[in-house]
Write a protein that binds this ligand. Sequence first.
Ligand SMILES: [Zn+2]
Length: 412
Amino acid sequence: MSERSPTRTGDQALVREINLSLIMNHLRDHAPVSRAALAEMTGLNKSTVSSIIRELIEGRFVYEIGLSSSSIGRPSTLLELNPSAGHIIGLEIDVDSISVTCANFAAEMICQQKELTGSDLNQAAVLARALAMVEEAARLGQRKQLNRLLGLALGVPGLVDHETGMLLFAPNLGWENVPLGDILRRRFPNTPIFVDNEANLAALGECFYGAARGYDTVLYISAGIGLGGAIVSQGHLFKGKLGYASEFGHMTLEVDGEPCNCGNRGCWETLVSQPALFRQIRRAVERGEKSVLSDWVAQDWSRLTLPMVLDAAQRSDTVARAALERVGFYLGIGIASLVNALNPDLVVLGGMLSLAGDFLLPVVEAELHRRALRWTAEAVRLVLARHGADACLMGGIAVVHQSILSQSVAAR
Ligand SMILES: [Zn+2]
């Protein structure tokens, strides 16, 4: 970097990163495609496109696949992402499961595996199982001739120091100060490692490969065992000073509400989460309201599952419907405030509760329009995540993709 004009050099690097990401997005969507067509689609000039493509070809990230057979003008060389440039592994350790996926460089899945982790598994056992699953996925990647492991990204439901990959606090896992980055680096010493909050990764997954493609300012809300979220503006996560931004689930919505695993009371996630939904149902039945769910679980509420609640709601079970409506109501109240604060053009609802989208979305939409300022409410669309439970893994692949490419091109 030049000592005389660091800002200018920094700007140039940023412009290059933006151009690179534009070209990659169009290659992913429109390949096989020529350099001229890429220039036209991205609005970049031809020499910029040619220079970036040259570097991508040298890094084996893109290859030429032959000539176009267009009848108009000279045939041009067509380009494609090179799926064999290497493999990328996404890992998610959630409250009740571990998931791992291995993708090629064109972000196509080679394998995916999910295992449930009961409360009897302690932290060491969960980590040992997660590492074994990653090793298995890496072996499969190697076997498919994708020899380079380009990176490994881990998503966890908690606060992560993004410099070191230290998990500081995951209230719903009950984990504190776990050096996840170091643990992964020790096992995979020559692999770039990324550790982040699962909602951050899921938001990126939706922005790169899912429902939020092409939007400018995206608010992602992930509702499951807990409630997480993320803000992505122009393809970049808003992380805050230390990387702990977007802990929306711990905004206080009820001053003297239910206790939360974070130690506070009345947090948004005590009203909008799977445990909140189940608690509503159980209490309604305990008050004497009739529900098919009490027969289905045979009075053992630990057997209750989200598909059971949805099944009951589809059969017009009033207890299941009222509980879903209450969750949707509070989800809408929180989202309306966030829409006022952030003015996004898209809100994506992900996580396990997005399975209840048919019941939740109309209620959320109504509250959003009742409570947000007309101008911010009119500017925003509300959609369900496309990748549902896989969004975090897809985001892991997006993070590795972007990082490998920007380093590779910036180093030249
Ligand atoms: Zn809380």
